[in-house]
Design a protein. Structure first.
Ligand code: CA
Ligand code: CA
Ligand code: CA
Length: 118
């Protein structure tokens, strides 16, 4: 299930797979998975640790990079090229985290470091 959640997040909804998502781009189900301390908010720390874990899930050969096959579940080639900032044909952990943290900041419209969705 982590893969679906990460997929929804990394493609920075709206997308078809995430059509149910609310204004923050997360379904209540996704929200619960991210809100690990259950305080009704997703902190930047909760988000980042979730995304670090999801990177490990996708990085099947554990080389610290996502190649196109590994990233295939969450990125089309256009998005892959966008996330692969240094254009080495792989998405490093840093590139991945940079991208998803950008997404977080975009969604955190008031800039308080939390997403609140309920
Ligand atoms: Ca929380
Ligand atoms: Ca890999
Ligand atoms: Ca790269």
């Amino acid at each position: 299930m982590n893969k679906l959640i990460a997929a929804c997040i990394i493609v920075a909804v709206p997308s078809l797979a995430c059509a149910q998502a609310g204004t923050s781009g997360l379904t209540p189900e996704h929200f619960d998975a991210l809100d690990t301390n259950q305080d009704g908010k997703i902190s930047i720390t909760e988000y980042q640790s979730f995304m670090e874990k999801s990177f490990d899930d996708f990085d099947q050969n554990n080389d610290g990079h996502l190649d196109k096959a590994e990233a295939g579940a969450i990125m089309d080639s256009e998005l892959f090229a966008e996330v692969d900032v240094n254009k080495d044909g792989r998405v490093s952990r840093q590139e991945y985290i940079d991208r998803v943290m950008d997404d977080f900041k975009r969604q955190d419209r008031d800039g308080d470091g939390f997403l609140i969705n309920r």
